[in-house]
Design a protein around this ligand. Structure first.
Ligand SMILES: [Cu+2]
Length: 151
């Protein structure tokens, strides 16, 4: 476990370390889990998208800060919105909220990870993603490549 953030107040850090030391109790199940990770990348197009569902079983709100992948030049958090009958896409550079006890759903037509200049090896079946959360830290998932649709 790495400390990526500077300026943790000492009292918070102390509590955190005490919780981790745990005194040999049961292992704590991960509060944040990811399911239904999938990606759509069209050959020859300059972009693709990745989707997944995150569940937060913990008692505290979290936030998906960013998604990283070696399989695209850029990965950004986006949302497709309908405004005055027109679909448009907005970026969420500050991340997406993950409520305590709730889900964050990325799905076609809504929130998604925009993959710009995807580069996948021939025959790839999945695409590695690293999800970075404010509290839960980093989670690595493999997004299964979806069919090319329509054919
Ligand atoms: Cu997008």
């Amino acid at each position: 476990m790495s400390m990526r953030r500077r300026g943790f107040p000492p009292i918070v850090l102390g509590l955190f370390l005490a919780a981790c030391a745990g005194g040999g109790g049961d292992p704590v199940p991960p509060a944040v889990t990811v399911s239904a990770a999938r990606a759509q990348v069209m050959p020859g197009m300059g972009h693709g998208a990745a989707y997944f569902t995150v569940h937060n079983a913990g008692p505290q709100d979290d936030r998906l800060l960013a998604v990283e992948t070696p399989a695209a030049r850029v990965a950004e958090l986006h949302e497709s919105l309908e405004q005055d009958g027109v679909m448009r896409m907005v970026a969420h550079p500050d991340g997406l909220p993950l409520p305590a006890g709730g889900d964050l759903v990325l799905a076609p037509g809504g929130k998604h990870v925009m993959l710009i200049d995807p580069q996948l090896p021939a025959g790839a079946r999945s695409l590695p993603l690293t999800l970075r959360f404010e509290r839960a830290g980093e989670l690595a998932v493999d997004a299964e490549l979806m069919g090319m649709g329509g054919s």
